[in-house]
Write a protein that binds this ligand. Structure first.
Ligand code: GDP
Ligand code: IMO
Ligand code: MG
Length: 442
């Protein structure tokens, strides 16, 4: 239930500190009962945020995870890109699960719309010979953001102005057809039918469409608390990630302000979510990747398969320099370490504590190019494993000593407090450390 706390530590951003899939959905769901609003600020249905409520599993893609709490308003901000068909399909699923979507969802009138031709355009860069394939989720995310930045995109508000929507749509379709021809993509899309379908969906969602920036600012002035839910992760951020192996939006903390239309001064806390190890889906450099049996063990125990595409996630070890880099970019007040229980069986747990670049040791430098990142020689420290089950532990003091030492090392090496540890996928399988900065932000 929305809390309506009127305290100064009101609004927080919860975002991924690695390459996505850190467990943001679980954490946002867990904390959302202390907030009135949960807002997404970037990305689209490339995200897959898993939430377990008892045995029931939900995978939120486009709609903020907060919608699962009665009375919490879920806001899709202006920085998000919206595939209308994906949106209504997700709305239907949630409604079927008994959620009051009509009264709990608000959609920005300034968000850009993904059309089926955006997915077609994505094939141009992903499947063509001689091009670097990023291993995207094939959801049309990148091409939609291209149109946004190219100032030819179509926004939700445009759907309701028939006079301007028609010509905008026709021009965009012409562009795409020309491109498809030039690039030899033979895909027949029924542009008139897509338009009719989108107009029908637009009528359906019309009551939910708002100026969400105005709504958020007004709500915050009234003392309501907002949690901003990041999608993807900082290393997938268009500016700060491992470019070009990134997504096309601003996943880092700064993106919350532009992507929701709220001033930086409205933000009181920034929480980074990180696995106790690290994973990556898709292509791109990955210094601490484990390609041996240990990586396979983590994939199996951690069930590391994409929640959107089902692809096996690449697995590796906690990377301190990477975390220090994302902590600097975002200004983390606190870190949440998830999936500690996945490491329970290991004899020893490697941690990448430094990078050797051209023979020189560094702990807080991230090369800008792929070649630079690929040239990194990770330096590992191997900590003893705890070989004890930690699943469901809710008190830091009850963790095995070796697990405590592991968390202490991550805290000391990254310079950010670990305010919370997640020991299982469910809400109650979590420990928040009393007296932590995080506990004060909640
Ligand atoms: P997100 O994209 O950051 O929300 O993360 P995903 O939902 O894509 O992937 C995280 C996966 O790990 C999901 O299947 C979660 O249910 C699961 N998970 C989250 N926290 C924990 C944890 O502490 N332990 C275990 N074993 N699983 C977890
Ligand atoms: P959540 O929110 C993990 C990755 C893709 C690909 C790259 C670009 O669940 O953490 P895109 O379709 O966005 O253009 O693909 O980004 N990617 C994710 N990886 N978690 C995600 O979301 C991701 N969203 C995109 O695999 O490498
Ligand atoms: Mg995910």
């Amino acid at each position: 239930m929305g809390s309506n706390h009127n305290n100064s530590m009101s609004n927080i951003i919860v975002l991924g500190a690695q390459w996505g899939d850190e467990g943001k959905g679980k954490i946002v769901d867990l904390f959302s009962d202390r907030f009135d609003i949960v807002a997404r600020y970037q990305g689209g249905h490339n995200a897959g945020h898993t939430v377990y409520i008892g045995p029931t599993k939900y995978v939120l893609k486009l709609i903020p995870s907060g919608i699962l709490r009665k009375g919490v308003l879920a806001v899709i901000g202006n920085g998000v890109v919206i595939d209308l068909a994906a949106l209504v399909s997700e709305m239907d699923q949630l409604e079927a699960a008994g959620i009051d979507v009509a009264s709990q969802l608000a959609i920005s009138n300034r968000a850009h719309v993904i059309f089926p031709f955006h997915r077609m355009v994505e094939k141009m860069s992903e499947a063509r010979e001689g091009r670097t394939s990023i291993g995207t989720t094939s959801r049309g995310i990148g091409p939609c953001y291209e149109d946004k930045i190219g100032r030819r995109g179509i926004r939700i508000a445009d759907l309701f102005e028939a006079d301007s929507f028609g010509p905008l749509y026709d021009t965009l379709c012409e562009d795409k057809q020309t491109l498809a021809k030039a690039f030899g993509i033979h895909e027949t899309l029924d542009y008139a039918e897509i338009r009719r379908q989108y107009e029908t969906i637009a009528e359906r969602i019309k009551p939910l469409v708002r100026d969400t920036s105005w709504l958020l600012n007004k709500s915050m002035r009234e003392g309501k608390r907002v949690l901003f839910e990041g999608a993807q992760g900082t290393m997938l951020d268009i500016d700060h990630g491992t470019y070009p192996f990134v997504t096309s939006s601003s996943a880092a903390a700064g993106g919350a302000c532009t992507g929701a239309g709220v001033p930086p001064t409205a933000i009181n806390g920034i929480i980074g979510v990180s696995k106790a190890y690290i994973t990556r889906v898709g292509a791109g450099p990955f210094p601490s990747e484990s390609l041996d049996a240990m990586g396979d063990l983590i994939r199996k125990r951690g069930n590391e398969f994409g929640s959107v595409t089902g692809r096996p996630r690449r697995c590796g070890w906690f990377d301190v320099p990477l975390l220090k880099y994302t902590a600097a970019v975002n200004g983390f007040d606190s870190l949440i370490i998830t999936k500690l229980d996945v490491l329970d069986e290991l004899d020893e747990v490697p941690v990448c504590i430094g990078y050797k670049i051209n023979g020189k040791l560094t702990t807080d430098e991230m090369p800008a190019t792929n070649r630079g990142i690929e040239s990194i020689e990770p330096v590992y420290e191997r900590l003893p494993g705890w070989k004890t089950e930690t699943r469901g532990v809710t008190d830091f003091d009850k963790l095995p000593d070796a697990a405590k030492r592991y968390i202490d090392l991550l805290e000391a090496q990254t310079g950010v407090e670990v305010g919370c540890v997640s020991t299982g996928p469910e809400r109650n399988e979590t420990l928040v450390r009393p007296g932590s900065k995080l506990s004060k932000l909640l």
